[in-house]
Design a protein around this ligand. Structure first.
Ligand code: CDP
Ligand code: CDP
Length: 221
């Protein structure tokens, strides 16, 4: 059985960037678990479903055909034959995803899909509940964090670089709102997994964080 490195933490703590770096260094497959929650949300929106209607969201999720595969070192998926990438970052998805991810049957579907990816090989998976729910038995668990102001600035810079017309205080508000929903929801809230190594990256560079994770994994923790 392959290894699964779990990387959890709040928005813009560096999970994606760090996980991708670690996956390249170790030759593991990178998995963005948030993309799946975003995929469920996007599928609901494009089929005309009100994302606050749980039954309708579940219906649209179950009626879609989901396929998983590995491309360029990352696990990705298609929904009814389409591979959404940029679409998953759209504002409508961003605003609705935390609500959709709070639906327990959505979580069950996503968690089982994520677990099945172990068949592809060793994984570096980022998310909110990877160390607590998806791979609780993994010896390689990390919890990334950084001050909220620093996280909001990171996300703001990314959005501006991507040409989005965003205001810094709006990014801060939306990030705080999502943190709040993610850490207080009943189903699998964002918490530090037992045995996880905490890394506060507020004043660390990306490379330093990647190296800290790689070193810890190589040492067998
Ligand atoms: O996946 P998550 O939302 O946790 O964060 P991300 O998408 O990786 O975004 C974090 C942003 O902060 C990226 O633009 C990184 O380059 C930057 N960053 C970082 O991830 N870690 C640091 N130690 C410093 C900056
Ligand atoms: O990139 P960012 O950290 O802002 O978000 P993401 O990782 O793409 O996740 C989007 C949303 O999906 C989060 O705000 C959570 O509500 C949800 N999510 C989750 O509940 N559990 C996960 N393992 C990953 C994401």
């Amino acid at each position: 059985m392959g290894k699964a490195i779990a990387i959890d933490g709040p928005s813009a703590s560096g999970k994606s960037s760090v996980s991708k770096g670690v996956a390249v260094e170790l030759g593991f497959i990178y998995v963005d678990s948030g993309a799946l929650y975003r995929g469920v949300t996007w599928q609901a929106i494009r089929t005309g479903v009100d994302t606050t209607d749980s039954a309708a969201v579940l219906d649209s999720m179950h009626h879609a055909e989901w396929d998983f595969f590995v491309q360029e070192g990352a696990a990705i998926f298609s929904i009814d034959g389409d591979v959404p990438v940029q679409e998953l970052r759209e504002k409508g998805v961003r605003e609705a995803v935390a609500g959709v991810a709070a639906i327990s049957e959505v979580r069950k579907f996503v968690v089982e899909s994520l677990q099945s990816l172990e068949n592809f090989g060793s994984l570096v998976m980022e998310g909110r509940d990877i160390g607590t729910v998806v791979f609780p038995d993994s010896p390689y668990k990390f919890y990334l964090d950084a001050d909220p102001e620093e996280r909001a600035m990171r996300r703001y810079r990314e959005l501006v670089a991507a040409g989005e017309d965003e205001k810094a205080h709006e990014v801060m508000d939306s990030l705080k709102k999502r943190d709040q929903i993610d850490s207080t929801r009943k189903a699998d809230p964002l918490v530090v997994a037992p045995g996880a190594q905490k890394i506060d990256s507020t004043s660390m560079t990306l490379d330093e964080v990647v190296q800290a994770v790689v070193d810890a994994v190589k040492e067998g923790l």
